[in-house]
Design a protein around this ligand. Sequence first.
Ligand code: H2U
Ligand code: ZN
Length: 338
Amino acid sequence: MIDWKQDPHRRYNPLTREWVLVSPHRTERPWQGQVEQTPPEERPEYDATCYLCPGNERAGGVRNPNYAATFVFDNDFAALKPDTGPDRFERGGLLMAEAEPGVCRVLCFSPKHNLTISNMDAAALRLVVDAWIEQYGELGARPIIHYVQIFENRGAMMGASNAHPHCQIWSGRSLPNEMVKEQMTQQDWREERRTCLLCEYLRLERISRERLVEENESFLAVVPFWAVWPFEILLISKRHMTGIDKLLHGERNGLAEILRSVTARYDRLFGAPFPYSFGFHQRPTDGLAHDEWHLHAHFYPPLLRSATVRKFLVGYEMLAGPQRDIAAETAAERLRGA
Ligand code: H2U
Ligand code: ZN
């Protein structure tokens, strides 16, 4: 019999049909790699050089309004443009390309430069949730937009270009890779078993509680059984719903509340602002019902052993497959204790 918290094994991700190699016994090995700089803690409420602060000028010369809560604008360096295409290119089934139209936006969470999700108050965060729902609805309703991705890169380590609290919204016509995988697995599950994959997973996690990090009336946060990143978290809505637009009043508050508590826990883990990429996965906006989709969000943080030691997906992971050292159960236990 093997010890699932100690011995090398593989775990299966039913959302992507990919396996992760788990080697918990390696966590003790000595570290001689890169040491990151911990970002300074003290930041002003307003920064005259910040392109996201109220009243300041952005690249390209547009001036931000003196906004008081949230503020959305079209990304000045948008990766996608609404007036692109249509066009296709194909040679021998090997060379394939297609034009991709879309809209990219930036959403500022607050006028205050020095806030983060982890230290915003519940009422202010609720306005962020409302803004996400509004953007998902507005962009998704456009005929060319079949998919809306809301995501936040937090911290320089994750490539965030600015410390001002904000997220990005990229929306386009095609379903991106991660969504294609998750759509297929949720669809197949529903057809084969007449239940929902994430409703069933939620049920298992609520019974075991081993990987639970936070819970409220509307959401559950777990380190998923198949986590790749050391302190990865999967946030799942308790009620089956296909997207954030289906959240009821109380559930919107529940989302705001659990986002704050999860990120505050992250910050406490190593006593420093915790970097991550965070984003929602929900039904595509192609006009179909997509009952197979269960609203959830992923937190992918790169930190491993401290605020300065990060995990890279390199070597075996680039060439073969993902691997983790700390067992998901141990990570959840550490997060519960933070
Ligand atoms: P990140 O911190 O996640 O990189 O998001 C910042 C985005 O803001 C980035 O996509 C945009 C960048 O293109 N941006 C503007 O739209 N206007 C600016 O004046 C600077 C940055
Ligand atoms: Zn700012």
